[in-house]
Design a protein around this ligand. Structure first.
Ligand SMILES: Cc1cc2nc3c(=O)[nH]c(=O)nc-3n(C[C@H](O)[C@H](O)[C@H](O)COP(=O)(O)OP(=O)(O)OC[C@H]3O[C@@H](n4cnc5c(N)ncnc54)[C@H](O)[C@@H]3O)c2cc1C
Length: 446
């Protein structure tokens, strides 16, 4: 039987990072990582397989990431955790003993209980190379593609399928706008316009009631009574934490159906077992209440905390801020922390600061995009609660700066004198720098 100081289960975003953080903090400790797939996909890259990237094989995390960090890699599925004897069983009959165990077993795509969901050519965003190759084959030859769900996964699939070949792509979304759970209304409206410009049809305020066809899907039946032709249906409706293994081992499950953990990423049930990433329970940075946002950026932050805390506690999880960005055509949309709507729902009185300016200077420089920033501050304290942005490719890093300001509990006053670095070819002008101007404009109402 093999034995290691640390055994990590899971090889996607969280598992390798937990292993690497452990190797960095505790040099002498041996680490084994067990994962079930032969090849691991970059999970966030899955929609891009269907357009920009072109195949699952071009969207892989190399094994070198694990092996070069002196972590032993075992490919196999863990079927059982024996907490008394501190060992895990793998489906090839092998057993591996541990001192500390990290569960980074992730999430599974949600499948809606719609009649006909089991038919051929109905797909989810499954993190599996063979499955995605079959899906790619179906998408490549489809004339009519229907995407259920207008969240960021659905929107990215729609945009990429449209890039793939000339086909009709329709998003069916239950809410009045796409991306509505993540963005404020003005950004949702802008995103819907860009989707329309990209010739992606939006059926909003609409539900898919049934998936019709013989063995294969041929159409979907909508709540408005219409039938929509479909050669391929993609469900982009979210994920659910993968907890079967943890439940079997008697580990407590939390209110969002993920493995219950403390702020140090130790499971509530067993201090020798840690959990991180999509399988682990999360709390909001703002309210401390359970929160169900599953992102790779959160998974890796938690993995770093878990890996660091394995043998003595050094890092505490501050809770999830929720930072995300996406791209439709050439336009990026991003949000960090609370939107105005979420902040008000949480009971905050808010002050908004907004600013829009070119992301290069002078404004006529080639490749420029108009970038909008909206900041949400708490009235009275002036603390930044959230920010939204739309613009060019720089929006992805801009939102990360906004997130850092949120995590550092910066106020409108701090941000208004933030010392940014600017360059004509790279950033907005220092005179109209959107984030700083938005904060300065908000101050008078704080
Ligand atoms: C289509 C799509 C697009 C996304 N885009 C973004 C994005 O742009 N930005 C962002 O931040 N997030 C994005 N996400 C979310 C992100 O992918 C997840 O938050 C992230 O994958 C979580 O990583 P994880 O390691 O916790 O779990 P997972 O990625 O689910 O990995 C779990 C790992 O555990 C392994 N495993 C599970 N059970 C066992 C077992 N019993 N034995 C051995 N191995 C096991 C799995 O095989 C896998 O290797 C996206 C998700 C999807 C589906």
């Amino acid at each position: 039987m093999k034995q290691a100081d640390v055994v990590v289960i899971g090889g996607s975003a969280a598992g390798p990072v937990a292993g690497i953080s452990c190797r960095r903090k505790y040099e002498g400790k041996s680490v084994i990582l067990i994962r079930k797939e032969e090849q691991v996909l970059v999970p966030c890259g899955i929609p891009y397989i269907f357009g920009t990237v072109g195949s699952p094989e071009k969207n892989l995390i190399p094994d070198a990431l694990v092996v070069n960090n002196d972590i032993e890699l075992i490919k196999g599925e863990v079927t059982d955790i024996n907490r008394e004897e501190k060992l895990v069983s793998i489906n090839n009959g092998e057993k591996v003993g541990y001192d500390k165990l990290v569960l980074a077993i992730g999430s599974l795509p949600m499948v809606l209980p719609i009649t006909g969901v089991e038919k051929g050519n109905v797909f989810v965003a499954k993190k599996d190379v063979l499955y995605l190759n079959n899906m790619l084959h179906a998408v490549n030859s489809a004339r009519n593609i229907v995407i259920i769900g207008g969240g960021f996964i659905g929107v990215e699939f729609a945009d990429e399928c449209k890039k793939n070949h000339d086909c009709n792509v329709t998003i069916v979304e239950l809410l009045p706008r796409c991306l509505q759970l993540a963005l404020d209304e003005e950004f949702c409206n802008e995103a819907d316009s860009v989707l329309n410009e990209r010739d992606i049809k939006l059926l909003l305020d609409t539900k898919v009631e049934a998936i019709l066809g013989d063995k294969q899907v041929s159409s979907v039946k909508l709540s408005n009574g219409q039938e929509l032709k479909a050669d391929v249906v993609i469900l982009g409706v979210g994920v659910t934490p993968n907890t079967e293994l943890a439940k079997k081992a008697g580990l407590q499950i939390g209110p969002t159906k993920a493995i219950a953990v403390d702020r140090y990423m130790r499971t509530i049930t067993d201090t020798n077992i840690f959990a991180c990433g999509d399988c682990a329970e999360k709390v909001s940075f703002f309210s401390g209440k359970p929160s169900a946002i599953w992102l790779a950026s959160i998974a890796t932050a938690e993995a770093r905390i878990a890996g660091t805390n394995l043998f003595h506690i050094q890092q505490r999880n501050c809770g999830e801020i929720g930072v995300f960005s996406t791209m439709i055509g050439e336009r990026a949309f991003a949000q960090a922390g609370l939107t105005e709507r979420m902040a008000k729902q949480e009971g905050y009185e808010v002050v908004i600061g907004e600013s829009s300016a070119p992301d290069r200077h002078p404004g006529g420089i080639p490749g420029v995009s108009q970038t909008k920033v909206k900041l949400v501050f708490s009235k009275g304290s002036g603390i930044l609660l959230g920010g939204g942005a739309s613009g060019g490719r720089g929006t992805g890093e801009l939102i990360n700066v906004i997130s850092a300001c949120i995590q550092g509990k910066m106020t409108a006053y701090d941000i208004s004198i933030f010392q940014m670095g600017t360059h004509p070819a790279l950033t907005a002008s220092p005179i109209v720098y959107q984030m700083v101007n938005a904060a300065e404009l908000a101050i008078k109402a704080i």
